[in-house]
Design a protein around this ligand. Structure first.
Ligand code: PSV
Ligand code: MN
Length: 424
């Protein structure tokens, strides 16, 4: 399914008067509104190929209907998302959930929809049909060298697919760890993992990055071999300059200060990218900004401050991706909400008065520092984000267009109700 540009323009013109009023009022309060708009327009968030269907939990899965049945249909869904949002111009593939069978055709399709290939993701946390050796007791950490080799070879294959598609990075998330005390020798598990990662690193093209994603627990519940940012940073430092830590917002123990983690990783030049989602309890993979929007703003505040300190290009130098799962909402509507939440937090962070904040910090003026941050957080920047989208040719109100155009109903008509998309 496709929504024509002029259709989007029609919906926009119906909302134009109200939008212009709101934007005019807001822009009067912002000093450098054109520069902020430029940054918002350039910011692009990758969507994972596994987030376009109904995810489900281990207790069940409820079909949403019209889910994409193959990679091509997933790319079509992403094209639709990007046409509406204009801030989701990239796709992140998980192998072997989404193996591109005909790379030429897939590349042509993505180019037509103005989509790029972001990080490739390997998968050694599940056994695949016909797989020789099992990952039940880990992959890169495994006590058996042959299992480790199989995991390394898989990652090398993923790099090969990525090269064909024009991706420039590989994200490795390992579920390796242990479920019970005594099951694992921690040092051996670390060393085996490091040795395996070194082999993968050696296979990276010159201009590629390797992202080492950490996660505190699940599916292992006693120890995880890349369990936190410290461990990920150890690997990244030992591997070399092309290796970075990847932060997934859901992968921390409760109440972790993620904004501080982000700040220090940036300072060390070792923050590679992000998986955005939200959570209340664990790795809940909920819509970005649905539970803790202030935390999201504080993270973006550190990102903007830290990237500016290093004169980094916000849009280009870190990998931005949503990593969420949808159980009760329409995945495409849910993703539109996540994109909007990210853009809002980014816009608010761009509005922080850095000079005043630094002054307040240097004067130990705790009250003023809080006032400065919260005044940005409490600014309703939705008209600013909408204006950036409008200037890029997107929809002023993407969910409204999605609903009025009956996208899901049409997709169900085309694809049927009971189909299941690959991935989580
Ligand atoms: C693991 O929980 C994770 O966050 C990793 O990024 C995986 O690639 C993704 O979710 C899908 O399982
Ligand atoms: Mn993730």
């Amino acid at each position: 399914m496709h929504i024509e540009k002029n259709k989007i323009a029609q919906y926009n013109s119906a909302l134009s008067k109200q939008h212009q009023q709101r934007f005019k009022f807001l822009s009067g309060e912002i000093d450098n509104v054109e520069a902020v708009l430029q940054k918002l327009r350039r910011f692009q968030i990758a969507i994972p190929s596994w987030a376009l269907g109904s995810g489900g939990t281990r207790f069940g899965r409820f079909s949403i209907g019209g889910e994409p049945r193959n990679l091509e249909e997933k790319i079509q869904d992403l094209g639709l998302l990007h046409a509406l949002s204009k801030n989701s111009g990239a796709i992140s593939l998980h192998i072997p959930w989404d193996i591109p069978e005909n790379t030429k055709h897939i590349k042509k399709l993505t180019a037509e929809l103005d989509l790029k290939f972001d990080a490739m993701n390997s998968n050694t946390f599940q056994d695949q049909p016909n797989q020789k050796l099992s990952y039940k007791f880990g992959s890169m950490q495994h006590v058996n060298k042959a299992v480790r080799k199989q995991a390394v070879e898989h990652n090398k294959d993923v790099i090969k697919y990525g090269i064909e598609l024009g991706s420039k990075s590989l994200t490795v998330w390992l579920s390796d760890g242990s479920c019970f005390p005594g099951q694992l020798n921690f040092r051996n598990a670390f060393q085996n993992t490091l040795e395996s990662l070194r082999e993968v690193y050696a296979a990276l093209p010159k201009d590629w990055k390797l992202f080492v994603e950490y996660k505190a627990f699940e599916p292992n519940f006693y120890s995880t071999t890349v369990g936190d940012w410290g461990q990920s940073l150890l690997y990244a430092n030992k591997l070399g300059e092309k290796a970075y830590t990847l932060v997934d917002l859901g992968h921390h123990l409760p109440n972790a200060n993620i904004e501080q983690i982000v700040s220090l990783l940036l300072m060390e030049g070792k923050l590679g990218g992000f998986h955005f989602n939200d959570s209340k309890y664990g790795d809940d993979d909920l819509t970005v900004g649905s539970i803790k929007p202030y935390q999201l703003f504080l993270i973006f505040n550190e990102l903007v401050e830290g990237m500016d300190a290093k004169k980094m290009d916000h849009a280009k130098e870190l990998a931005w991706m949503i990593d969420a799962s949808h159980n009760v909402k329409d995945p495409l509507e849910d993703l539109l909400q996540s994109i909007e939440a990210i853009m809002i937090a980014y816009a608010q962070a761009l509005l922080v008065d850095r000079r005043k904040l630094t002054e307040a910090q240097n004067n130990n003026d705790v009250v003023l520092a809080q006032e400065i941050l919260q005044s940005s957080f409490r600014t309703d920047v939705r008209a600013l984000v909408a204006e950036a989208r409008l200037k890029n040719g997107g929809a002023l109100d993407p969910i409204n267009v999605f609903r009025k155009e009956k996208v899901r109903k049409n997709l169900i008509k085309q694809r049927g109700f009971k189909n299941v998309a690959t991935g989580l």
